[in-house]
Write a protein that binds this ligand. Structure first.
Ligand SMILES: Nc1ncnc2c1ncn2[C@@H]1O[C@H](COP(=O)(O)OP(=O)(O)OP(=O)(O)O)[C@@H](O)[C@H]1O
Length: 505
């Protein structure tokens, strides 16, 4: 539901690939968190992944196939043709002409193929071939073909629904897992869900399905607040007049290897902080899985930065929001029953109250940190949202609270600039907001970074301190990043300084 969304992700050796889109439907590829800015080069890289056998079309989900097709198939055809006369077009025709046969098998990209192995020697050989782009394009064709076959099997509406559903936060996989994971949120497994007695104690709202149906007028669209990877979110008015948010799991979230529902419930149940959305109750009956949380009435931070709520957030409000998020994360990292790593810190997961205080929501991806005090990290699948993902975590699969610190650094720049972490409509130099910001900062042009809609005067020193803090948080190596507690303390100091500078003016 945010605008820069992951469409598909896969692991290839040590590389994590994400093809993601923006609200305008443009597609881009990132490898290990680095956006491939040149589409031809990116398609070459994809071609090598296919060539080395680590990406196989037979293992690709519909969403991946369709993403690859959109990314390298139609858009790049022209540029390839310019470079290599009309040959790639010929290859595309080859694929269409042979549509009756499985092109995956035909090109030797099936599971048993030994012709194009995964040895680096063969990759080097591929690199040495003139017209490598042509070859790469050819290697990817089977996927375009397979996608076409899918289209003929499904009606358009289904495809569109699949694409929408797959637009969610990123889930990569360990390098040892050769099969690319489905880009869908991993659905909850009924077998693993068991209401914990703790929840019953924590939950202060006990509602039957009937009462929930009444409170949302049968999940009426007019009560809908939004939609995320887990399902729809509704506003519900309880018989006592209190308003709550009701998060209803999608039907297709009911079978699968992991249990996002119980994950979210278990974690929320242990949390009690004014800057974190509070769990009030849950229901798990029959075909319905529902989480009831505190209702936060004033939309998401991203909506406010987009100006969707009319009034522009002033500088002090932005500072307070940043401090609130820092406090929420400090609590999760240090003071909750055990260390919790949120893993999906982003502006669309920050909800605002009427007085513009922030509450961090969406614990679908949250993980408990290492329970063993000796260990500094846990090794786990990569999850999160493109643009906010810690590159070290992407590379090593080692998750620590510093991954949240990285995302916070990206968020801080977003709060100051109102730009999304990745802005695909902009020129290549401006696309990756953190890089663009860093360049502007080094050139001494910090004012240009600020949200142009912001009317307040902001002291240069205050702005520079905030940006330095954001860059420290977004340092490539986790050891160079501060802890969330230190970030909160620094923000607090900067806010005091800003207060003084405003009084002077
Ligand atoms: N407690 C709440 N109070 C008010 N609105 C909420 C609440 N929780 C969620 N929403 C609304 O519902 C939308 C969807 O929320 P949800 O947490 O399911 O997904 P998301 O974070 O936007 O997306 P994703 O699941 O892909 O990360 C939010 O963007 C927000 O507008």
């Amino acid at each position: 539901s945010s605008s820069e969304l992951t469409l598909a992700g896969a692991a290839c050796g040590d590389d994590q690939l994400v093809i993601f889109d923006a609200s305008d439907g443009l597609l881009n590829l990132s490898v290990n968190g680095v956006l491939m800015q040149d589409r031809v080069f990116a398609c070459q890289k994809l071609g090598f992944y296919f060539g080395s056998g680590c990406l196989r079309c037979s293992n690709l989900s519909d969403a991946w196939r369709s993403a690859v097709k959109q990314y390298c198939g139609e858009g790049s055809e022209k540029s390839h043709a310019t470079l290599h006369q009309d040959v790639p077009r010929k290859l595309l025709r080859w694929s269409t002409e042979n549509s009756s046969r499985n092109a995956c098998e035909r090109s030797g990209l099936n599971e048993n193929n030994q012709d194009i192995g995964d040895s680096s020697e063969k990759q080097e050989h591929l690199l040495a071939v003139p017209g490598v782009i042509l070859l790469c394009c050819g290697l990817m064709l089977p996927c375009f073909h397979a996608e076409r076959k899918e289209v003929s099997r499904h009606d358009n509406a289904t495809i569109q629904r699949n694409a929408l559903e797959s637009v969610s936060s990123y889930e990569g996989s360990m390098s040892s897992e050769k099969v690319p994971p489905t880009p869908h949120r991993i659905p909850p497994s009924p077998s693993r869900f068991a209401p914990s007695p703790q929840i019953a104690r924590v939950g202060s709202v006990n509602l039957s399905i009937q009462q929930i149906l009444r409170a949302t007028q049968n999940f009426s669209p007019s009560f809908k607040l939004g939609e995320g990877g887990f399902g729809m979110v509704y506003r519900a008015v309880l018989p006592d007049g209190n308003v709550v948010a009701v998060k209803r799991a999608k039907k297709d979230q009911f079978a699968g290897p992991r249990d996002e529902f119980s994950n979210e419930v278990d974690l929320l149940a242990k949390i009690d902080h004014r800057n974190l959305v509070r769990l009030l109750g849950f229901t798990d009956k029959g075909n319905e899985r529902i989480i009831i949380t505190e209702y936060v009435p004033n939309g998401t931070l991203r909506e406010h930065l987009d100006g969707q709520h009319g009034r522009v957030l002033d500088f002090n409000q932005r500072l307070e929001i940043a401090i609130d998020v820092a406090h929420a994360l400090t609590y999760l990292h240090l003071y909750a029953e055990k260390t919790i790593i949120h893993r999906d810190v982003k502006s669309s997961n920050i909800l605002l109250t009427d007085s513009y205080r922030a509450k961090v929501s969406d614990f679908g991806f949250a993980r408990s940190g290492p329970s063993d005090t000796e260990k500094t990290h846990i090794s786990t699948k990569v999850k999160g949202t493109a643009g906010y993902l810690d590159p070290e975590y992407l590379r090593t699969y080692q998750l620590t609270p510093k991954s949240d610190v990285f995302s916070f650094g990206i968020l801080l720049v977003e709060i100051l600039s109102a730009r999304r972490p990745v802005e695909l409509k902009r020129t290549p130099e401006e696309r990756i907001t953190i890089r663009w910001t860093f360049k502007k900062f080094n050139e001494g042009n910090t004012r240009e970074i600020l949200d142009p809609l912001l009317e307040d005067h902001v002291d240069d020193e205050v702005l520079e301190k905030l940006l330095s803090l954001a860059f420290q948080c977004a340092a490539p190596t986790r050891d160079d990043r501060p802890t969330m507690k230190e970030v909160g303390e620094q923000l607090w100091e900067i806010r005091k300084e800003y207060g003084k500078s405003v009084r002077k003016v």
